[in-house]
Design a binder for this molecule. Sequence first.
Ligand code: AMP
Length: 212
Amino acid sequence: MILIFLGPPGSGKGTQAKRLTAKKNWPQLSTGDMFRANIAQKTPMGLAAKKFMDDGQLVPDEVVIGMIKARIEDPDCANGFIFDGFPRTIPQAEALDSMLAAKGLKVDRAIEFKIDDSELVGRLSGRRTCTKCGTMYHVITMPTKVDGVCDKCGGSVVQRDDDHESVIAKRLNVYHAQTAPLVAFYAGQGKLKTLDAIQPMDMVFEALQKAI
Ligand code: AMP
């Protein structure tokens, strides 16, 4: 099963991908997480990507495509995977189709997490993430028990650089201009399912399982 999670930042793609991975064992391929890991390790790719990320812009297509091409060769991808935050442009989607076709594979479903921008600013500006295990929190709706410490692994829980309000508006604009056209792209391929992402997490997860 090859799934694509499409939706603006803060729509819950990462949270739902983690839940589905725990249930089905299809790895979550989050390009944002891959870039953040590269930044933490100070690799040349991480340092180059950071400039775009901090500014709320997309990392150039060829960098992202190369990274994904290598990742889907890993043995844990043999039974399927979930793309979280990839593709984000039409050229990325076309490159994905051809790299999968070369392996005799195809995208099975694209899941759109639909939600209004007005809801997202509060979600993103209050979002906090564990730097060690990736668990996500929210200062109001899901705070950590101890300030700045992950309930699950004891790692340090911080605000992402691009979750500051000054960058959020830019990221939403980039989503509408460059990523939202993928909704029509996958609808045209008959692969699109749309979820109401404003519902509580458990209801979104139920709808997600029905959709796949
Ligand atoms: P995310 O964690 O998915 O919100 O991604 C954080 C940032 O990483 C984005 O704002 C982009 O700068 C970069 N990024 C992640 N995935 C992609 C992608 N598929 N194409 C281009 N840039 C990406």
